[in-house]
Design a binder for this molecule. Structure first.
Ligand code: NAG
Ligand code: NAG
Ligand code: NAG
Ligand code: NAG
Ligand code: NAG
Ligand code: NAG
Length: 304
């Protein structure tokens, strides 16, 4: 004999249809309408955030950094990672010269700017004590002299890091990373960037936050199908690395490349790396702003 509970459940109706039919219809409605809408909106949110990597090896003569200030102000929602490099490093004094100490505070005022200090490492051949001293010098910029505000760096850009792994070089980059992360002068969450300029051994990834996996000429990038190569690297290391951990630098872009061609290069780079830089200069790539700088920044800012 059926229990009363079951009888009463089967007998009840909503909007004139049996309750179970109503719930089935509601379920179908959720799957057909709500899920696709949620997926659509979810996708919109997945527009990948990109930033401009600026190797600012430009001496701050009056007006020399204006193209950078203009780009930062015109694109307040775009992030800029600026590599400071007074003397192929911080120099031997506790502070850089007065042209730097007057310009850096302006740069660090912008909320969309993160500054990192350039440190050379010569593929781990440089004396590690000199590397550690450079790190301490940059960290000291934030507090050494209270008369100079906002000179603080937020991390370090290690140049010439190796692609091939040895236990000794692994220890070298582990030690220097620990030094950066222990310095209060870089703030709560320092940014460590490695520049091997090519795809490195993935064992280096734990010693940094970002890696420049390509630094080279436009023709090299195209000829060796680097986009495909870096995509493969990402899929092979997806547990330890996403495009947010990668940066790319393309120089010597020929003037024959059209605006459309440039946009498609930038889209390519943004797909594989969070932090990107492109220049048309084919000598002294980073010591001045090229005439396409503004257009390049627009391409990075375009959320397409
Ligand atoms: C600062 O820049 C000016 C103008 O380029 C230059 O004359 C001066 O020597 C620089 N100051 C230092 C300390 O290098
Ligand atoms: C800093 O000091 C070292 C060692 O004395 C020297 O080799 C180097 O040239 C100096 N660097 C600068 C930028 O003056
Ligand atoms: C880098 O290291 C190599 C190997 O030790 C050395 O021959 C070279 O002179 C170094 N380069 C610089 C710029 O110190
Ligand atoms: C602090 O910086 C100012 C401006 O560059 C300089 O005049 C002063 O001597 C510095 N003080 C110390 C203690 O280094
Ligand atoms: C850098 O990496 C460390 C270790 O993975 C992480 O804790 C930190 O939040 C990262 N910082 C930034 C700025 O990405
Ligand atoms: C492509 O990637 C592989 C593995 O990461 C690497 O060995 C190879 O050298 C790369 N090719 C170029 C042209 O960089």
């Amino acid at each position: 004999m059926p229990s009363r509970k079951v009888q009463s459940y089967c007998g009840s109706k909503i909007f004139g249809v049996p309750k179970y039919v109503f719930w089935v219809l509601l379920g179908v409605a959720i799957i057909v309408i709500v899920v696709p809408v949620a997926v659509m909106f979810g996708r919109k949110k997945h527009i990948q955030k990109s930033s401009v990597l600026v190797p600012l090896y430009v001496y701050p003569d009056p007006g020399a950094w204006d193209p950078l200030y203009d780009a930062i102000e015109k694109n307040p929602t775009l992030d800029f990672t600026v590599v400071m490099n007074p003397e192929s490093g911080p120099g031997n004094d506790s502070l850089p010269d007065s042209n730097y100490t007057s310009q850096i505070p302006r740069l660090t005022t912008y909320p969309n700017v993160v500054t990192v200090g350039y440190v050379s490492t010569n593929y781990s051949n440089r004396d590690i004590s000199a590397v550690l001293q450079d790190i301490r010098t940059y960290a000291g910029w934030s507090g050494g002299n209270v008369t100079i505000k906002s000179l603080g760096m937020r991390g370090i850009f290690f140049d010439e890091t190796p692609a091939d792994y040895t236990a000794a070089s692994g220890r070298f980059y582990g030690t220097v990373a620990a030094m950066v992360r222990s310095q209060p002068g870089f703030g709560d969450d320092p940014l460590i960037i490695h520049n091997p300029g090519v795809i490195p051994d993935p064992r280096y990834l734990s010693s940094c936050n970002q890696t420049v996996v390509f630094e080279g000429a436009y023709d090299t990038y195209q000829k060796y199908k680097m986009q495909k190569n870096i995509t493969t690297f990402l899929s092979q290391n997806s547990k330890i690395c996403t495009r947010d951990n990668l940066a790319t630098i393309v120089h010597s872009m020929p003037s024959s490349v059209s605006a459309k061609g440039q946009m498609s290069l930038v889209k390519d780079l943004r797909g594989i790396s969070r932090n990107v830089f492109v220049t048309g200069l084919s000598v002294d790539y980073y010591s001045s702003f090229w005439n396409g700088w503004e257009g390049f920044v627009q391409d990075v800012a375009a959320q397409k």
